[in-house]
Design a protein around this ligand. Structure first.
Ligand SMILES: O=C(O)CCC(=O)C(=O)O
Length: 277
């Protein structure tokens, strides 16, 4: 029988697993944490995000936060291609939790926030986004450090980025791959690239020798720092690869409040579909 999603702020990690996570973050700049959430708890997030992505496409105010990568080479209606993505190769939604506040009530968000605070002290969400890669897509996420995207590139201690897959992930379906210890070095040179979505991107070219790919069953996640070099490959599997990414930092809420005042945050989608049932 499926277990009902929790509404608690507790962390489903025993002391040893918590300590191993903290040690890995400090030493390697990333940690893979399996088994934090039940399948139903992750499914609740997926349902909210699937509907939000559909709704955002038809909501002019939400369109600036939606990033879509056209599918190249084969027709969009090809069997299996772009399944669940309306024929797009990849879709991203920035500030998903501002568009769908019900996400903030989910066991996944509450558990991630509790874990972030236990690892890093008083931190809160500063940004979140969603990346859906279609079945057998063509868009890999190049090597980069998240700090390369920030206006303020100085070190951001206690900032942690949670990457939450909404299904099992493997190297073939585009799981996260990290370079252990890269967070201890400087911000490396990034080349500005134009991604097929039309948005600018950043690409680093480190020596990938010894990189570690984090396959995970649904319910797990990875955590990395803003200066950890990472990438995710194309999704070569026959099913979409979906992930929700939440960034936490010491002044997360304050930064979001400033963005809201500046009109740089989306207003919630109004549809019935985005409320928790
Ligand atoms: O999911 C992906 O393709 C990459 C995500 C990523 O690079 C990030 O969260 O920083």
């Amino acid at each position: 029988m499926p277990s009902p999603p929790r509404r608690s702020d507790s962390i489903a990690l025993d002391e040893d697993a918590f300590r191993a996570t903290a040690v890995a973050l400090r030493r390697d700049g990333f940690a893979a944490v399996p088994g934090l959430f039940s399948r139903d708890e992750v499914r609740e997030v997926e349902r909210l995000l699937d509907r939000a992505l559909l709704e955002a496409e038809h909501t002019p105010a939400a369109l600036p936060f939606l990033v879509r990568y056209p599918r190249r080479g084969e027709p969009a209606e090809d069997a299996g291609s772009g399944r669940g993505l309306g024929g797009w190769d990849q879709i991203e939604l920035n500030h998903a939790a501002a568009l769908v506040p019900a996400l903030l009530e989910t066991a996944v968000f509450r558990g991630c926030t509790a874990l972030a605070c236990t690892l890093a002290g008083r931190v809160s969400r500063s940004f979140d986004h969603v990346i859906y890669k279609g079945a057998r897509n063509h868009t890999a996420t190049p090597w980069h450090q998240d700090a390369a995207f920030a206006l303020w590139r100085a070190s951001r201690p206690r900032q942690l980025h949670f990457w939450i897959p909404l299904q099992d992930v493997t190297p073939e379906s585009g799981c996260m791959t990290f370079l252990a210890g890269s967070h201890l070095g400087p911000l490396v040179r990034h080349r500005r690239v134009l991604r097929s979505s039309g948005q600018p991107g950043q690409e680093a070219t480190p020596d990938p020798a010894g990189s570690i790919s984090c396959a995970l069953p649904v319910g797990g996640l990875t955590i990395h720092t803003p200066t950890t070099l990472h990438r995710a490959g194309r999704n070569e599997s026959p099913l979409p690869r979906k992930a929700w990414i939440i960034q936490y930092g010491p002044l997360g809420s304050a930064r979001l409040a400033v963005k809201r005042l500046a009109g740089a945050l989306p207003v919630p989608l109004t549809g019935e579909s985005t409320r928790l049932e």
